[in-house]
Write a protein that binds this ligand. Structure first.
Ligand SMILES: *Cc1c(COP(=O)(O)O)cnc(C)c1O
Length: 393
C-alpha cells in the first residue's frame, strides 16, 4: 500500500446529503485553530447561537450545535426528553421515523407507531386518533422532511395536535432547515434537531438543536439522570452557557464550528425567506426538466419537499448503473432509494449552495445523456429548455 495525502475529486453533490459545501465555508475551516476557552472563541459561539436562532426562527435560549452529526441531534432529543416507561407516539413515513422508534426504545420508552405510506406526508388525522387512544402519551415525534422519500409533512398542524393532548414534540428538521420554512416558535415545536451538511451547505458532523421552555422544564424535572453522559443537556448547557460562565465539558470541534458559523452568516446575508424561495423555484425548474423527459415524481405535488426530489426509475433501467455512470463520467452524485424504495427511485437533492440553475442544467443534461446511451424510454432534447424557462422566470 502506497501511503500519500488524500486528494478527493471535485464532485457535484446532488444526493440526499452531504451537499456541496460552500467555498467560503471550506475557507473558514482552514483558519487557525484557537483554544475552545479562548474569549474570542466564546464570542464566536455567542454569534453562532444567535445565527442558529435565526435559522430555526426561534427565541429559544437553548439553541446550540451538538458536536456530532444529525443522528446525534436526534439522539440528544430522545435521550433527554424520554424517561424509562414514557409513551412516545412516533409518526413514520420513511427511514428516519424508524430510527426515532429505535431511539425511544433505547431510552427506555414505549414507542407507539403511526404508519403512513412511504412517499406521503404524515396524516394528521391518524395522529389525532392515536393520541385519543393513548391519553398517557408524553411525546409526539415526527420527521418534517423525510429525506428517504422526498415527502414534507405539515409540522404546524402536527405540533398543534400534539399540544392539544399535552404532549411535547420532537421534530426532525435535518433536511428542511435552511431549505424550507422551519418556524420553531410559530409552530410551537418543543425540541428540534438538524444537520450541518444538508441545506446549510457546511461539512457533515454538527447537529444544530433547539429546545423550548417546556422541553427544558421536562429535562430539569427528570427523575432519572440522562443515560448518555456526552449528550446530557444539563451538562452541555453549562458549556454553551453565557460568555464568561462557560464550564469545560468536551473540546468543541473548533474548525468545524468556524464552518457552521460561516454557513449561517451566508444564510443570514441571503435572508432566510430568500433561501426558501430559491429552493422552491429551483425545485420547480428541475421538475419541469424531469417531466419534459417523461419521468415522474413519486410524491403527490402538495407533499413534495423542494430540496429532495424522488423520481421513479423508468421500467427496464438499471438505476445503480445510471448513478455509477453519473459519478464516473460527470463527477455528479445523486442518491438511490432506501428501504422499500430501493431500486425504484433516484433521489436528486437541491440543497443549500447546490440549489442553483447551473446544477439543474448540469444534472438534467448528464442524466439525459446517460439514459439515452442506455436506451431508456425517455423524451429527449426538451428537459434543459423546460428547466431554464422556469429557473429564469
Ligand atoms: C441525514 C438525515 C439524518 C441523519 O443525519 P446524519 O448527519 O447523517 O447523522 C436524520 N434525519 C434525516 C431526515 C436526514 O435526512
Amino acid at each position: 500500500m502506497q501511503i500519500q495525502s488524500f486528494v478527493p475529486p471535485v464532485r457535484t453533490l446532488m444526493g440526499p446529503g452531504p451537499s456541496d459545501v460552500h467555498p467560503r465555508v471550506l475557507a473558514a475551516m482552514a483558519r487557525p485553530t484557537i483554544g475552545h476557552l479562548d474569549p474570542q472563541f466564546g464570542a464566536m459561539m455567542e454569534q453562532l447561537k444567535y445565527l442558529l436562532q435565526y435559522a430555526f426562527q426561534t427565541k429559544n435560549t437553548l439553541t446550540i450545535p451538538v458536536s456530532a452529526p444529525g443522528s446525534a441531534g436526534m439522539e440528544s432529543c430522545f435521550v433527554n426528553l424520554v424517561e424509562p416507561g414514557d409513551k412516545v407516539i412516533v409518526c413514520q413515513n420513511g427511514v428516519f421515523g424508524g430510527r426515532m422508534k429505535e431511539n425511544v426504545e433505547r431510552a427506555g420508552g414505549v414507542a407507539v407507531m403511526v404508519q403512513d405510506p412511504w412517499g406521503r406526508a404524515v396524516d394528521p388525522n391518524k395522529l389525532r386518533e392515536t393520541l385519543q387512544a393513548h391519553r398517557d402519551a408524553k411525546v409526539v415525534a415526527f420527521v418534517h422532511a423525510e429525506t428517504s422519500t422526498g415527502a414534507q409533512s405539515d409540522a404546524a398542524t402536527l405540533c398543534a395536535i400534539a399540544r392539544e393532548f399535552d404532549c411535547l414534540t420532537i421534530v426532525d428538521a435535518v433536511t428542511s432547515l435552511g431549505g424550507s420554512p422551519v418556524l420553531v416558535d410559530e409552530w410551537g415545536v418543543d425540541a428540534v434537531y438538524s444537520g450541518s451538511q444538508k441545506c446549510l451547505s457546511c461539512t457533515p458532523g454538527l447537529a444544530p438543536v433547539s429546545f423550548g421552555d417546556r422541553a427544558v422544564e421536562r429535562i430539569k424535572a427528570r427523575k432519572q439522570r440522562v443515560a448518555s453522559w456526552f449528550l446530557d443537556l444539563t451538562l452541555v448547557m453549562g458549556y454553551w452557557g453565557d460568555k464568561g460562565k462557560r464550564v469545560y465539558h468536551h473540546t468543541a470541534p473548533i474548525n468545524p464550528l468556524y464552518g457552521l458559523h460561516e454557513s449561517l452568516v451566508i444564510l443570514h446575508e441571503e435572508g432566510i425567506e430568500n433561501a426558501w424561495q430559491r429552493h422552491a423555484q429551483n425545485h420547480q425548474a428541475l421538475r419541469a426538466g424531469i417531466e419534459a423527459m417523461g419521468l415522474e415524481f413519486i410524491v403527490p405535488e402538495a407533499e413534495r419537499l423542494p430540496q429532495l426530489n424522488a423520481i421513479g426509475v423508468p421500467a427496464g433501467v438499471d438505476e445503480a448503473k445510471v448513478r455509477q455512470r453519473l459519478l464516473q463520467e460527470f463527477d455528479l452524485e445523486i442518491g438511490a432509494g432506501l428501504g422499500e424504495l430501493a431500486g425504484k427511485i433516484w433521489r436528486i437533492g437541491q440543497m443549500g449552495f447546490a440549489s442553483n440553475p447551473k446544477n439543474i442544467l448540469y444534472c438534467l443534461n448528464a442524466l439525459e445523456a446517460v439514459l439515452v446511451s442506455m436506451k431508456a424510454p425517455i423524451e429527449t432534447g426538451k428537459a434543459a429548455a423546460a428547466a431554464l424557462a422556469v429557473a429564469t422566470a
